[in-house]
Design a binder for this molecule. Structure first.
Ligand SMILES: [Zn+2]
Length: 245
C-alpha cells in the first residue's frame, strides 16, 4: 500500500524536479523528505546535523569543466563527490583518473541522463546504471555504490531495486541553481549557498558547462569553500558525511 501510494504520488507529479525548483520553494522538496523517511538507509538527502560537515557534489561530467573544479578543490585541500554519466567516461579518462587519484568519491549519474520517471526499475538498472558501472570497472577498476538520479527523479521501486544490487540513492539538501541560466551568476550561487548552508548538507553543483556559464560556478565554488571553512565546516565526501549517520 505504501509503495502504491508513493508511486502514485511520484507519477502524479512527474515534472522533473529541475523544472520546478525556484528560490521560493522549501529548501528540501517534500518528495525528498518523504523518500528519506521511508528509506532512511538507502535514500540519502543529507548527513547528520550534529557535526559541521558538508559534502560538495558535482553532476553531469566528466568534462573539461571537471579539470577546473579539480584544480580548485586541490588548491583548497578539499575532497568532493562526482556523479558522472557513463557516456562521458571513455573520452575523459585522464580526468577520471586525476579525480580518483585525488581521493574524490565517484558515483553513477546514469548512462545518458534519461529521466528515470519514464522507465522501469529493471530498465533503469540494465540500460543506465549497470553499463555505467561496467565502464567504471573496465576502464578504472572502480565500482561506484552511489547513484544520483537525473533531475532528482526516482520512485520507491527504483530505490529498492538498485539497493538490492548494492547501491544507495543520493539526492541533495542544498541547491545552488548553478544550471539555471536566469539566475546563476557567481553572486547568486554564493548567496543561495549561504542562505541554505546547514550541518550535514549535500550541495548540488555541476561540472559541465551550461551555455558557457561555468566560470560563474567556478568563481562561486572558490567563495563557497572559503565561506564554509571560515565558518568551521569540514568539506567531505558523501561516504564520509554518512559514515556516522
Ligand atoms: Zn544531472
Amino acid at each position: 500500500m505504501l509503495g502504491w501510494a508513493l508511486t502514485y504520488w511520484f507519477y502524479g507529479n512527474c515534472q522533473p524536479y529541475s523544472s520546478q525548483v525556484n528560490d521560493s520553494l522549501p529548501l528540501i522538496p517534500a518528495k525528498f523528505l518523504q523518500l528519506k523517511d521511508h528509506f532512511p538507509e538507502t535514500c540519502i538527502i543529507k548527513g547528520s546535523e550534529t557535526s559541521k560537515m558538508i559534502a560538495l557534489t558535482f553532476d553531469d561530467g566528466p568534462s573539461n569543466v571537471t579539470n577546473k573544479v579539480l584544480n580548485i578543490l586541490e588548491a583548497n585541500n578539499v575532497q568532493a563527490t562526482f556523479f558522472w554519466l557513463g557516456k562521458n567516461l571513455s573520452q575523459n579518462q585522464s580526468i577520471v583518473r586525476k579525480a580518483i587519484a585525488a581521493g574524490h568519491q565517484i558515483g553513477n549519474h546514469s548512462w545518458d541522463h534519461s529521466n528515470p520517471i519514464n522507465i522501469s526499475p529493471h530498465e533503469l538498472w540494465s540500460k543506465q546504471l549497470s553499463p555505467t558501472n561496467a565502464t567504471f570497472d573496465s576502464l578504472f577498476g572502480i565500482s561506484p555504490t552511489l547513484f544520483r538520479p537525473p533531475f532528482g527523479t526516482t520512485t520507491p521501486e527504483q530505490i529498492q531495486f538498485i539497493n538490492a544490487r548494492g547501491m544507495k540513492t543520493v539526492l541533495w539538501s542544498i541547491t545552488t541553481l548553478d544550471w539555471d541560466l536566469t539566475q546563476n551568476t557567481s553572486e547568486e550561487i554564493l548567496r543561495r549557498f549561504k542562505k541554505h548552508l546547514h550541518s550535514g548538507g549535500i550541495v548540488l553543483l555541476h561540472d559541465v558547462d551550461f551555455n558557457n556559464t561555468h566560470t560563474e560556478m567556478l568563481n562561486a565554488l572558490h567563495d563557497i569553500i572559503q565561506y564554509a571553512k571560515a565558518n568551521d565546516y569540514n568539506l567531505v565526501t558523501i561516504q564520509e558525511l554518512i559514515k556516522n549517520k
